[in-house]
Design a protein around this ligand. Structure first.
Ligand code: CDP
Length: 229
């Protein structure tokens, strides 16, 4: 099975790292969070049309609406990007509103089953893939031959997320962003189904003091050591 599972807390750099590792290996990159974000966008649209709160929309309804609107992933050559209604939605699924609701939607068991099924289908088609998420090595692909748990201090993660959005990195902004990340991590780690957890057989990679290239090279090196390439 050609899978590298890359799990970790919010803004630990999983997606950009997974994409660069996939590129280095000539593999594909699957961002499981993008699917949860797509489902959250659908839930928010249903809720707003009805004038109700997003968490009052049932999981089955979210999944059926997402299926009906063709929520799926298309490759841009390396990374699979989210499409809805036949259009790319990469920006629309990364708004603060989607980010604020994604932990609640992704805690719904039927939502998780739908996402897991989609990913397993893609991998069983023979895809060589680097997948990033929260439960890829622990629940979705426990048989993955290489599992990495990527982390960094809350300050480092907050600083990277602010820079990524082009915002100023000062102390008030760092405090605010660390608080938002900590709250999402708390929700993702304390949910009943597939909580964020470091699998016992995952390699821990703390990227606080590593350059981006160093962390990518480290994972590529482990893939080579394990004979995956
Ligand atoms: O913001 P960041 O890139 O760190 O998050 P993401 O990977 O886009 O994931 C967004 C949210 O989806 C997470 O906060 C989790 O609530 C959920 N998620 C999950 O539950 N399981 C996964 N395998 C991936 C994401």
């Amino acid at each position: 099975m050609n899978i590298i599972a890359l799990d970790g807390p919010s803004a630990s750099g999983k997606s950009s790292t997974a994409r660069a590792v996939a590129q280095a290996l000539g593999w594909s990159h699957l961002d499981s969070g993008a699917l949860y974000r797509g489902l959250t966008l659908v839930a928010l649209e249903i809720a707003s049309a009805r004038g109700v709160a997003a968490d009052s929309v049932a999981a089955r309804e979210i999944v059926d609406a997402a299926e009906g609107r063709g929520l799926q992933l298309h490759s841009d050559g390396t990374t699979f990007l989210v499409y809805l209604d036949g259009l790319p939605k990469d920006d629309a699924v990364r708004t603060p509103e989607v980010t604020a609701h994604v932990s609640a939607v992704s805690a719904m068991p039927d939502v998780r089953m739908w996402v897991d099924h989609r990913m397993r289908e893609m991998v069983h088609g023979g895809l060589k893939v680097v997948i990033d998420g929260r439960d890829i090595g622990s629940v979705v692909f426990p048989e993955a031959p290489l599992k990495v748990f990527l982390t960094a201090t809350p300050e480092a993660r907050a600083s990277r997320r602010l820079s990524q959005r082009g915002e100023e990195v000062d102390i008030p902004a760092l405090e605010r962003e660390s608080g938002v990340l900590a709250e999402r991590d708390r929700k993702d780690s304390s949910r009943e189904v597939a909580p964020l957890r470091q699998p016992a057989d995952a390699l821990l990679l703390d990227s606080t003091r590593l350059s981006f290239q160093a962390q990518v090279d480290w994972i590529v090196g482990k893939a080579k050591e394990r004979g995956l390439v």
